[in-house]
Design a protein around this ligand. Structure first.
Ligand code: ADP
Ligand code: MG
Length: 727
């Protein structure tokens, strides 16, 4: 049966744009127990206690927690919530919640209760979440612990309302089982290190936070079409499908006008996001047909990560309401652009300063230069670890596929800053430091700001890690990823780097060198040491691959190998030294990632088997039969062979496809069975990557050839031209 796309189009829902009547500022954050609600519902004492916890990590005692819980409940009940949940981010990549009602039955009468204990800690059964061997099921208890720095919020699903409390998720023995715990630790570690360095320049700085602004890319497809593609339903990507005649070559989709149906969806999720305090700001079409992007105003990194996870969940729910499906997969469609999630990262101080923003005075500039060069030095030192954080089955399709950053990590800083670093390196010679004249240092970066702006308008889009005026943009992160993984490593490597920097500067000062001069000397050394990571050219080119190899930069294109960077002695050293993860936690995470990779590919192999044997081959045979009948008929009618030459050619093409698919499905299953016998998750991941995946690609290419041959009415799947051009 040919899937009837005309029917799907006829049956699509009518578009209704439900734009709210109020201004955004009037309803922004109304579903958040944020500052305004806390001031209203909390006692002065409780309010200050939460504030102190947010600002300086101060512990909230149990008595205070009781007070806060009952106020939080009062607010939630006023808002119509009936349930509460600890909301957390297990290593599955999704978010998790288990709802409990406030309602309780005491002494024959019902009341609503929410205690400090219920707020601070819960014990969900952790055995069904990935733990990488940390726990056996008999000690399955894990617990979730309240994170006061990310405000509680109310999720509305239809008329149901649930109070969600952001929490960290750890095993009973204290090991982190989620994304939030190491992120919070990395933020603390970086804060201490960065604040100490800030003191060289400004004694008023007492806290440094990482800021994150993510840009979320995604595809939208019609729900009816989605359901007729088993691969989309099971894996989030099309594992077969011939490219459409028109893809993105006309470049007419990027920033093009937004289809009304999509617009209605956007208005809807934006309204809900704003109520939840997620500051989404930008929406536009992306490069590929059917692809879009959304970006918020940046926030403190922990909050920004929570907001991204929450938004992905929200977008998925709102899309269904519009009879659409959202695809966060990095590569849902072959041959057109994949989706990423740029992570814009910077450091901000309690005094409101962006440490990666060039200033207007020489002193500020030295501060900028310090943080700028230390970031480069940190990325140079740990580029492999950064590569590991962006690894995943989906992102493998994207990295290095000539439309996304390559798998080689390098840093782009633009012409103006390249010149500045060269100047610092060349003009400041070791001996001249004592007579150093600041005015002569040519460090008045404000003079190069016009050049910087120029760099920015013409920035290099091919770089995986680019300085964009006042922040670094990590572009290699996959669209489905939890930003916490790269953010944790960014903060951690920056923290370690700044500790080293301070030690080196302090040592020089102790020897009698002036502070500014010592700072410059160390910066100069770092510039020299980390040059290999800087690259301004075309990151997609083959020349870069060759050049990177000469420079000793790794180009690891598959997940099982990239993940190995998580457990090198160097990686273990920095994770344990910083306290972000201990060795057990790190190894567990590594195991989980390898297993996840294996499982994802295994699912792809099985679903491809089903589609190939149950849909594609039968479709080809049906069409073959039509042709056979036709040829026999023509023969009967007395026509000779030259009259059915085309039919015979088609029959041959069909046979080639059918046989090709059948034999590769058999080999794929044979190889898969072998991988399943392996015991170590790493071995399994490598085997499925190297022995099974190639068959998937071959089967696809046979199937895609058949798609161009088989009569349209016999083809059982919606085609790219139907999936991608949503109207
Ligand atoms: P693009 O041209 O890549 O879309 P934008 O200038 O629009 O870049 O910014 C992209 C993202 O960068 C936004 O989410 C924005 O909030 C974020 N951003 C801006 N300044 C900072 C900063 N100091 N720290 C972190 N993110 C930032
Ligand atoms: Mg960007």
């Amino acid at each position: 049966m040919r899937f009837n796309s005309i029917e799907a189009v006829m049956n699509r829902p009518t578009v209704e744009v439900n734009a709210p009547k109020q201004r955004i500022s009037e309803y922004f954050g109304t579903n958040v127990f944020g500052d305004a609600a806390m001031r209203k519902y909390l006692s002065e004492e409780a309010y200050l206690s939460v504030k102190a916890s947010i600002e300086s990590g101060q512990k909230i005692d149990r008595a205070m927690a009781d007070q806060i819980a009952s106020s939080m409940q009062a607010w939630a009940l006023d808002k119509g919530a009936t349930h509460y949940t600890h909301w957390f981010q297990p290593l599955t990549g999704a978010t998790a919640e288990k709802h409990d009602t406030f309602f309780s039955h005491e002494g024959g009468k019902g009341i609503e209760v929410f205690s400090g204990n219920a707020l601070v800690q819960q014990e969900p059964d952790a055995s069904s979440f990935p733990n990488g061997g940390i726990r056996t099921t008999f000690e399955a208890r894990g617990y979730t612990a309240w994170d006061p720095s990310s405000p509680a919020f109310i999720i509305e699903t239809g008329a149901g309302k649930t109070l969600c409390i952001p929490t960290a998720f750890v095993s009973y023995t204290g090991e982190a089982l989620d994304y939030k715990t190491p992120l919070l630790k990395s933020l603390n570690y970086m804060d201490t290190a960065a604040t100490a360095v800030c003191k060289y320049f400004d004694k008023n700085i007492t806290k440094v936070t990482a800021t994150l602004g993510w840009e979320q890319e995604y595809f939208l497809v019609d729900e009816a079409l989605f359901y007729s593609r088993p691969d989309l339903v099971m894996t989030g990507r099309t594992i077969i499908g011939h490219g459409p005649a028109k893809g993105q070559q006309l470049e007419d989709h990027y920033f093009g006008s937004i289809p009304e149906r999509v617009y209605a969806f956007m208005v809807d999720y934006e309204t809900e996001s704003h109520k939840l305090g997620i500051p989404v700001k930008t929406r536009h079409n992306e490069v590929a047909p059917g692809q879009y992007e959304c970006a918020p105003v940046y926030e403190e990194a922990n909050l920004a990560v929570d907001h991204n996870q929450l938004l992905m969940d929200l977008m998925d729910r709102v899309a269904r309401r519009h009879k659409l499906r959202i695809l966060f997969h990095e590569k849902p469609f072959a041959g057109v652009n994949g989706s990423g999630k740029h992570n814009n990262w910077s450091l901000g101080t309690n005094t409101g300063k962006n440490l990666l923003s060039p200033g207007k005075t020489p002193k500020n500039n030295l501060m900028f230069l310090t943080f700028f060069v230390n970031t480069i030095r940190a990325v140079y030192e740990h580029s492999d670890l950064l590569r590991a954080t962006i690894a995943g089955a989906g992102n493998d399709h994207r990295l290095g596929a000539n439309e996304a950053p390559p798998a080689i990590i390098s840093v782009f800083i633009g012409g103006a800053l390249t010149n500045l670093l060269n100047e610092v390196e060349q003009r400041i010679t070791d001996g001249a430091f004592d007579e150093m004249d600041k005015a002569d240092l040519k460090l008045d970066i404000h003079k190069i700001i016009p050049d910087l702006l120029l760099d920015n308008t013409d920035r290099n889009r091919t770089s995986p890690f680019a300085f964009t005026g006042n922040k670094f943009e990590i572009r290699a992160v996959g669209s489905s990823a939890n930003c916490a993984a790269p953010m944790t490593v960014m903060n951690m490597i920056m923290g370690q780097q700044l500790i080293k920097f301070k030690a080196e500067v302090d040592a020089l000062v102790k020897e009698g060198e002036k502070k500014d001069s010592a700072i410059l000397r160390v910066i100069r050394k770092y510039i020299t040491e980390s040059k290999a990571i800087l690259f301004e050219g075309d990151n997609y080119s083959d020349e870069w691959k060759a050049e990177a190899k000469k420079r000793g930069l790794n180009n690891i294109t598959t997940t099982p190998h990239a993940l190995d960077f998580y457990i090198t002695p160097k990686a273990k050293a920095i994770f344990t030294e910083s306290g972000v993860l201990n060795e057990t936690e790190l190894e567990a995470r590594y195991e989980i990632q390898q297993e996840l990779y294996f499982k994802k590919l295994e699912i792809e192999a099985f679903i491809l088997r089903d589609m190939a044997l149950n849909q594609i081959i039968p479709a080809a045979i049906s069409y073959q039969n039509v042709l056979i009948e036709n040829v026999l008929g023509l023969k009967d009618a007395g026509l000779d062979a030259k009259h059915y030459k085309a039919q015979q050619e088609l029959l041959e093409e069909l046979s080639t496809g059918i046989n090709g698919i059948k034999s590769h499905v058999s080999s794929m299953l044979k190889e898969l069975a072998k991988t399943e016998k392996l015991t170590h998750s790493h071995e399994k991941a490598i085997a499925i990557c190297e022995k099974v995946k190639p068959h998937l690609d071959t089967i696809r290419s046979f199937a895609d050839d058949l798609e161009t041959v088989v009569e349209d009415q016999y083809w059982p799947l919606p085609k790219y031209r139907e999936l991608l051009f949503l109207r």
